[in-house]
Design a protein around this ligand. Sequence first.
Ligand SMILES: [Zn+2]
Length: 178
Amino acid sequence: MFVLPGDFLGYVEEYVPGEGVYEEDGKLFASSAGRVVVKDKKISVESVKKIPEIRRNDIVIGRVVDTRNSFAMVEIARKKGDDRALRYYDRAFLHISNVSDGYLKNFESGVRYMDIIRARVIDDNLRLSIKEKEMGVIRANCQICGAKLERERDKLKCPKCGNVETRKISNYYGKGEW
Ligand SMILES: [Zn+2]
């Protein structure tokens, strides 16, 4: 059971108050938000893990959910160094000028819809950059057959249909870690 501060939990005759629980007039209430845990006769509220906040300079991993002419929208799934999952997916923006230091023919030669990218947050409005070597696409699927692309030097190649694609590839591509 999930409770909020002030929620009624039971009576002192039933339980011994533990962490996150306070007593008032023989009644027990939650003092913090969380999950109710009863062990022996002790009742406590285990606080819910805090949602990590994303700040400038953080490294995040996310999925490209939309691409336009000059920017892509990215759903952030994780923040590096923090195992806590985000409760909802924060939306971040990747502008074409923050994809590569070199010339980029078009946005699709940098990232594409549904790619997984490793990116650095460059401001507090969740704008991203993947210019650094460690940043960029870490997983991508073939645009033709959907198979997972494999890295071949500076290109990505489909092991199934042989299709070759271009991306701004991260050093972490295909390594299964980030
Ligand atoms: Zn393919």
